[in-house]
Design a protein around this ligand. Sequence first.
Ligand code: KG4
Ligand code: ZN
Length: 357
Amino acid sequence: MAASRIVLGIESSCDETGAGLVRDGVLLGHAVATSMDEHARFGGVVPEIAARAHIHALNPVIGRALDDAGLRLSDIGAVAVTTGPGLSGALQVGVAGAKTLAYSLGVPLYGVHHLAGHVAADTLEHGPLPDPCMVLIVSGGHTSLLLVRDLARDPIAHLGDTIDDAAGECFDKVARVFGLPYPGGPAIDRAARDGDPKAVRFPRPLTGPRDSAYDFSFSGLKTAAARWAESRRETGVPVADGAAALQEAVADVLTRKAVAACAEYGVGTLVVVGGVAANSRVRELARMRCRSAGITLRVPPLKLCTDNGAMIAAVGDLLVRAGAEPAPLDLSIDPSAPLEYAALHPVAREPMAAGRV
Ligand code: KG4
Ligand code: ZN
């Protein structure tokens, strides 16, 4: 195992600019700035606005993360950066900043897959991941069920993915129809507190006996919830009930499939990560179902569920300690990078044979 270094992680794939510092699996400090408010009136992230906000935020955020950790620039021993997936203009800002720092400090650079960052976020709270573990990753752009072994070395096996919308996308789009503010996920979560989850029976997509066991689909559910709201527009949409019922349907499908996958593959730990892991009902139902199935559940604390730089530093730290080959300084972004390995550049490894199970 290679010697450890203090790793600076930089995240800029969407609307959060994050910087975090990690050494030996320990979070030393981090800071996040968000351009969320600038996108709110458009009802979704505007790529150009996000990229410009990253340019303004990057240096101050790195400075705040260093202050938080009580460190100086010269203490940084490696730089890790999200190279994809994400918005290309937004990714470019982080990658340019990371290259500049790595070059000027004379330290190695690592390109990291954003979703591997979400997975690694949990290690900062709960320690190293058991090998193997089941990971349910639920964010604004992705919904996947993954069989993860050694995150720094092994290929990540996809047991299932969404065939259309991601869970977070479903929340965000339905929230708009419900007249709730952006971002929709947290707004649905808040509205659902006063609602009855049984008030409406929304569909549970891809849960039939002939359906793919571990793939997801949220587009039909999104349409069902939007139609339900539209048909009640005249009389006033009972938003709290709609939000509670939608949240119940999403949480039910996600946790049912994740727990079934653990049982089928004989895996004792489920890790739920990504922005939607912040959802209170997803967390609660996962806890209940894992408890009755004898599965250990790991969910990162809220601040590490949504996008941040600490999670990218966590992957960088794993790569450093695994002795992975650093990225070349001409490392480029990959806005639609598939999740195959945690590092998004060639590192010394076997050719990928069994990416999908
Ligand atoms: O992982 P993330 O911060 O960014 C992406 O990589 O996409 O996830 C953002 C997604 C958004 O769709 C947002 O609405 C959703 O996570 N989200 C939530 C909650 N907090 C964030 N969805 C449901 N309930 C929440 N409490
Ligand atoms: Zn994310």
